[in-house]
Write a protein that binds this ligand. Sequence first.
Ligand SMILES: [Zn+2]
Length: 70
Amino acid sequence: MNEIDRKTPSARVCPICGKPVDEAFKPFCSKRCADIDLNRWLKGVYAVPVKDDEDEDGERPLDSEAGEPS
Ligand SMILES: [Zn+2]
């Protein structure tokens, strides 16, 4: 039992760019990467449409909102 692995459990890399993680910004290497991940996370959660309101008032054929009562 002399196999001592020098790998430390905390030896991780930044999931954004793959650089060694900084203690101050872990699990990222820098604040930039932390912000990038945060933005991705926010977009994934809220799914904010960044498109212009182009077809906002467009009439959809499948929209049964203005359907006539039967
Ligand atoms: Zn990074």
